[in-house]
Design a protein around this ligand. Structure first.
Ligand SMILES: [Zn+2]
Ligand SMILES: [Zn+2]
Length: 427
């Protein structure tokens, strides 16, 4: 079957921007770019993309899909439905399922469930240590052979530097990036929000920024020592952004991502004790938010990832201290990126596509993705940058509704999501 995405504004950073071009898709791949003057091919479905942006499919490097084990929060199918509604053609789930994805059988199960759902591509992330308990290394090679694209003990970061060093050496031998949730729990344990003036005022226990800074610096030193690639998840502090900037200048193989909530909200949002403002790392004070935005602007930060972390309403309906960490994010990320970054002139469209597609594809070595070049896999995100819309938790495709952005108004949204040449979502 052939599909023609006609007359769109193509944004493909390696090839630059092109207005009024059409893309022909055949057998799940981009087969050609056509100029307005070229003859239209016959016998093909036409998607009129006039006035719309056509970008390589967005890849969310950091989600939690909860299956297997916590299907009351999310399933792979419901998470993928939320993903494609948010413009993401691929998602990479963290291993903290029940059981933990620390072996090839679970990696394979996740991929099979994703294939059954038939919506977004799912590229699993395996655990660094067995049961993510920080002691014995997992079978990284077997997980990679089964389809894992990276390893991480997200949320339960490896506390022991010696084990982390061996993990990096081991991952390097399999050419797998190590994704690092930077948090020294000896400093942050028991904390429920950013440590600062507002945590004092609210009487809530804080998680200091230096808990993130120290772990980031430790693991950058280990990356230099081992020559492995580390990818720092959800950077949220000025110190961590600066550490990555210095490391890159030194030629150390480090990349990092930032979440929409960390470039949008500060710890002030916690004042109403809404448990949908509770996550790790926490919402930080304005100086940290500004450092994250500067990192997104100047290229220090490589990717935007949601850290989509669904929790059931009953679990979040507890006192602030007791509620679980995490918020949903798949359906609001593109709107937030337009509101907070693109429309404010902080980044341009080519940079947005780098952050959401080109760089994630490079970091996880997803060949033939993150590009619209002829021959590439036809994963495509189509965006209306001027569409005004309101996000409502009640309308979410996710099984969970724990977003702090309920009733937020956005300008800019994904209006169609194409995976492997198939239109899997249309607004
Ligand atoms: Zn994390
Ligand atoms: Zn996470």
């Amino acid at each position: 079957m052939k599909l023609l995405i006609a007359n769109g504004h193509l944004i493909d950073p390696p090839a630059q921007e092109n207005t009024g071009m059409s893309i022909l898709i055949e057998d799940g791949r981009v087969s050609a770019w056509l100029r307005p003057s070229d003859a239209k091919p016959e016998d093909c479905e036409v998607f009129n993309a006039s006035g719309l942006l056509v970008a390589p499919g967005f890849i969310d490097m950091h989600v939690h899909l909860r299956e297997p084990g916590q299907e009351h929060k999310e399933t792979i199918a419901s998470g993928c439905a939320a993903a494609v509604a948010g413009g993401w053609t691929s998602v990479c789930p963290m291993p903290n399922t029940q059981p933990i994805n620390d072996n090839a059988a679970i990696t394979r199960y996740i991929i099979e469930q994703a294939e059954r759902a038939g919506l977004a591509n799912v590229f699993p992330i395996g655990a660094i240590t067995k049961s993510s308990d920080g002691s014995e290394l997992s079978e990284m090679g077997e997980m990679k052979a089964a389809g894992a694209v990276a390893v991480s003990d997200d949320g339960r970061p490896v506390p022991n530097a010696g084990i982390m060093r061996r993990a990096m050496q081991y991952a390097r031998d399999f050419d797998l990036p190590v994704i690092d949730h930077c948090e020294d729990k000896s400093l942050s344990s028991g904390g429920v929000m950013h440590e600062g003036k507002i945590s004092l005022l609210l009487g809530l226990k804080g998680m200091p920024a230096l808990s993130e800074d120290i772990d980031a610096v430790r693991d950058i030193i280990l990356a230099k020592d081992t020559g492995s690639h580390i990818h720092i998840a959800h950077v949220s502090t000025k110190g961590a952004v600066e550490a990555v900037r210095r490391a890159k200048a030194e030629g150390i193989n480090v990349t990092c991502e930032a979440t929409p909530h960390h470039f949008t909200l500060t710890d002030k949002a916690v004042e109403g004790y809404d448990t949908n403002t509770k996550m790790a790392p926490p919402l930080r004070s304005p100086e940290h938010l500004e450092a994250v935005i500067e990192g997104l602007r100047d290229g220090t930060i490589d990717a935007i990832a949601t850290d989509h972390a669904p929790h059931h309403a009953d679990e979040k309906a507890l006192e602030y201290d007791r509620a679980p960490m995490g918020i949903t994010g798949l359906e609001t990320a593109v709107g937030l990126a337009f509101n907070e970054l693109v429309h404010k002139g902080i980044i341009d469209l080519a940079r947005l596509v780098q952050l959401c597609s080109t760089n994630p594809a490079k970091i996880f070595k997803l060949h033939n993705r993150g590009t619209l070049a002829p021959g590439s896999i036809a994963d495509i995100t189509i965006i209306d940058p001027d569409l005004k819309w309101t996000y409502k938790n009640a309308d979410s495709r996710s099984k969970s509704r724990n977003s702090p952005f309920d009733n937020w108004e956005f300008t800019g949204a994904a209006v169609a999501t194409i995976v492997g040449g198939r239109i899997v979502y249309r607004r």
